[in-house]
Write a protein that binds this ligand. Sequence first.
Ligand SMILES: [Zn+2]
Length: 103
Amino acid sequence: MTPATGAEPSPEWCCVAFKSAFDAAGERDFAILVDRFLEGYAFILQHRALEPDDPGPQNHPGPISTVSEIHIHYCPWCGRSLQDFYRARLAEMVRPGLKILEP
Ligand SMILES: [Zn+2]
């Protein structure tokens, strides 16, 4: 993940670090996802431990989470309210196929 180089305002992104994390979705790293949630949309901070084509550890004695997610409300880098900043383009930020699938 690219370190935050500042929180310069942008018409499209709250900060450069957030854009980098949004673009990193699907790779082995932290990433930002947006998905439908309840009556609106949720911002999700996702971490993938493995590259997409990596089967992961085999015969491990216990369960391992290779993808973890947590819902966030504020940008971890610049602190802006994500719902407020991205209100006008929430729907177009949803990218199917990147979220952990519900069993
Ligand atoms: Zn930000």
